[in-house]
Design a protein around this ligand. Structure first.
Ligand code: FAD
Length: 506
């Protein structure tokens, strides 16, 4: 194994009853991201996890541009770029030939690419390090939550550890305890949606191979007839291969290494040595909770919603939940915003979850046709797509994760010069944890961090002009999660301050 699975020590409880302002339940991808985001905003957080390590197996490997921008804001962007495999081209094959290819980010001038492939365990290990470095995150391994009383004034969590049990009283609980969420079940909350009657074999395979850093998807290939296959490159000479198996496959028999190796050998052809590193069998579900905020307990990530992996929307969607919630919670805790601001998390992230579920359901339906008519439609679309461009949008091998635009566009990035040096615009937006005003021409003194194009930053490439279309004397107000929330005259102090107050729910 190229990655050494860390084992974090469990610590005994400090007292039989403890209190914290914010408790994050679950140190997975989403819980750790939320903890780091809150800590960067100066909020101390207790994180409890029932396990003592990071994710096992690659799991969420495709980190989308918006997620990378969030990790950029949290100080981890460079690590993703250095270690991860950057890609933007996808190829679709039908039977023995390529049908077409697509480019997910044809334009230049962004710090982060369309996608970086990286095993989830690296991301989680870096998040643990970064959380620890803040000095504000109290990470408690092998502390399992076994009970919850979700009171109107506070939440009481019962926690079990190898050293005994204790009670943790929290003002706010972020429930990031994954798809099988204990907290969701303990509160009797429904999680409704669809189970897809199909099984997938997911394998991390180590090999020296010359496939390019692209996403390759096969429908009905000669080496795995009647089913689909997905191939992704990861760092460390690891390749992720997903084989569709069909509903009748026996999950235990399919995990047999000899059987998995035979499937991979058929795909690669003779004389290509490889080793299996991780194998798993999955059935996919698309579902969500009716509401994510339940008083002082707020659900994020897989605990709140689940999608099939075609489109890489699970991990990315969860990280974007944390991005949306944490600045709001920090503003409520500092008294800057009323508690009702937290309801906007539901208003904004439930439609985002629905969009992810819609795309991933459609992709799964196309990839796993459930009747002869659906299969005939799919095969006809694939035949046509090989010859005619008009049919390509009907092919659905997964619509890859994009930010949800229903509550404003994330501020686009652009190359800039700052004090004469090359830099990136997004590095300076939300950098201090607060709102940012980006203006052309003079701007009013508002106390909001202000960037004036031409004075504080140079738009030497002209891409700020192209992407923001600001007239002289105009400004955009950008939320702490880097979403544009207002466009207004740069000199109108009252208008700017009242726009910010409105966004804060005041
Ligand atoms: C095979 C596979 C492939 C995937 N591929 C992709 C992809 O390419 N791109 C993508 O974006 N997503 C992908 N995903 C989805 C992605 O892995 C998940 O969406 C992501 O892990 C969700 O993170 P999370 O933090 O919400 O939950 P998890 O990562 O499941 O973390 C939950 C944490 O809560 C802890 N916990 C659980 N119960 C308790 C308790 N009672 N007390 C304390 N702690 C508890 C667990 O130990 C765990 O650490 C894939 C998933 C799978 C399974």
């Amino acid at each position: 194994m190229s990655f050494r699975q860390p084992r974090f020590p469990a610590m005994p409880p400090r007292a039989a009853e403890e209190a914290a302002r914010v408790v994050v339940v679950g140190a997975g991808l989403v819980g750790l991201t939320a903890a780091l985001d809150l800590a960067r905003r100066g909020v101390p957080v207790v994180v409890v996890d029932d396990d003592d390590t990071v994710s096992v197996g690659s799991r969420a490997i495709c980190f989308a541009k918006r997620t990378l921008e969030i990790y950029g804001r949290l100080g981890l962007g460079a690590r993703f770029l250095e270690k991860g495999v950057t890609w933007k081209v996808g190829r679709v094959f039908h039977r023995d030939r390529e049908t077409y290819s697509f480019d997910l980010l044809p334009e230049e001038g962004h710090e982060y690419p369309a996608f970086v492939n990286l095993q989830q365990y690296y991301a989680e290990a870096w998040l643990v390090e970064a959380c620890t470095e803040t000095g504000l995150v109290d990470l408690r391994w092998r502390h399992a939550v076994t009970g919850i009383e979700n009171g109107a004034q506070a939440v009481r969590l019962a926690v079990e550890t190898p050293f005994g049990a204790y009670a943790l009283h929290a003002d706010w609980v972020l429930a990031c305890d994954g798809a099988r969420s204990f907290l969701r079940r303990a509160l009797g909350l429904r999680f409704e949606g669809q189970v897809f009657q199909d099984r997938f074999l997911i394998a991390d395979v180590r090999m020296q191979a010359d496939f390019p850093a692209e996403r390759w998807f096969w429908f009905d290939p000669p080496f795995h007839p009647g089913q689909s296959v997905l191939l992704h490159k990861q760092p460390d000479d690891l390749w992720r291969i997903d084989f569709q198996l069909g509903w009748d496959a026996d999950p235990e028999a399919e995990k047999d290494p000899a059987r998995v190796s035979a499937r991979i050998a058929a795909m690669l052809g003779p004389g290509r040595p490889f080793e299996l590193e991780w194998v798993s069998i999955y059935t996919f579900r698309c579902r969500r909770m009716e509401r994510f905020r339940h008083g002082r307990t707020i659900f994020l990530g897989d605990a709140a919603h689940q999608v099939s992996p075609f489109g890489a929307r699970g991990g990315n969607g969860g990280v974007q939940d944390a991005d949306n919630l944490c600045w709001k919670l920090a503003a409520v805790l500092s008294g800057e915003a009323p508690e009702s601001l937290l309801d906007s998390y539901d208003a904004e992230r439930i439609p985002a979850a629905d969009e992810n579920i819609l795309h991933s359901t459609r992709a799964t339906d196309f990839i796993t046709p459930k009747n002869e008519a659906a299969r005939a439609y799919r095969d006809a679309v694939l035949e046509l797509a090989a010859r005619y461009a008009f049919a390509r949008p009907f092919v659905n091998s997964g619509r890859l994760s994009r930010p949800y635009l229903g509550y404003g566009e994330p501020a686009p990035d652009a190359p800039i010069l700052r004090q004469g040096r090359p830099d990136w615009l997004l590095r300076h937006i939300g950098a201090d944890g607060g709102f940012t005003l980006l203006a052309r021409g003079e701007a009013a003194e508002t106390g909001i961090r202000t960037l004036i194009i031409g004075r504080d930053i140079e738009d030497h490439s002209g891409l700020i002009a192209e992407r923001y279309r600001l007239a002289e004397g105009e400004a955009v107000l950008i939320r702490p999660d880097q979403h544009i929330c207002a466009r207004l005259p740069a000199r109108e102090r009252d208008a700017i301050l009242s726009a910010r107050a409105r966004v804060l729910g005041r």
